[in-house]
Design a protein around this ligand. Sequence first.
Ligand code: MN
Length: 230
Amino acid sequence: MSFVVPPPVTPSLAVAASDARFPIRRVYCVGRNYADHAREMGAHEQADGREPPFFFSKPADAVVPEGDVPYPPATANLQHEIELVVALGRGGANIPVAEALDCVFGYAAGLDLTRRDLQARAKEKGHPWDMGKGFDASAPTGALHAVAQTGHPRSGAVWLRVNGETRQTGDLADMSWNVAEIIANLSTFVRLAPGDLIFTGTPAGVSTVVRGDVLEGGVDGVGSLRVRLV
Ligand code: MN
């Protein structure tokens, strides 16, 4: 087969202790999955318990490795969100919660970088968030660790430091929706497939970063990453 323009390269992630890489098909993100971050974003407490999860997407090639990451254009308020990233080795639709973890290939720590000013403006106008969330290099992600190494973490510190100063601290145990529930719920909206990544939301403490800042973050028991904005 020939193409009329060069076909895009398949984005991929490094896999710890392996020469093979994980090919990325789609990138889904969960919004407001920690109550303390939902509050700092202005959410009201739900009297009747958990609000259902909601999802947005980033382009597959928004995922970039740790290291130097370009500060994006068109924003004066870039913010960090450190998150547990789930990588799917199997997919499906309407996956039961009890079978959802069987779909997981592995886990990583990643950053959901956000142009908060563009996102806020979009929210105000009822417009899509895409340009606030899905920009180039908006998802720096550390190496994937296979489930054989990590197990399925249900607790563990989620943390982020900027220039050595702690900004975000949380724990996986405080996610409103756990990994199995997220996979099951998302699979009622779209058919999931090998190569899909899911960013599972961030704890409180998101803050503005600028060019030159060094961001170090991680999920204990899973992995970490270090990014310098250039
Ligand atoms: Mn996020």
